[in-house]
Design a protein. Structure first.
Length: 74
């Protein structure tokens, strides 16, 4: 019973990885649109995109860490 609850909890915690993937896609699609509209601002937009990518990836890694902690630490 406890093992199945751990599996369900880990699966629910891993759902956030899909949200992080969608967020990364949105960040880079906005970068492409921004550079296509104003190519002279490419370097500025790239800096903002890298920041957005890092924050999105951090939330995904946090969800993955929670999933592993549920499976192996408890």
């Amino acid at each position: 019973m406890l093992e199945s609850a751990k599996m369900i909890g880990a699966g629910l915690a891993a759902i956030g990885l899909g949200g992080a993937a969608i967020g990364i896609g949105v960040v880079f699609s906005a970068l492409i649109q921004g550079v296509a509209r104003n190519p002279s601002q490419g370097k500025v937009l790239m800096g903002h995109a890298i920041l957005g990518f890092a924050l999105s990836e951090a939330t995904g890694l946090f969800c993955l860490m929670m999933s592993f902690m549920i499976l192996f630490a408890f």
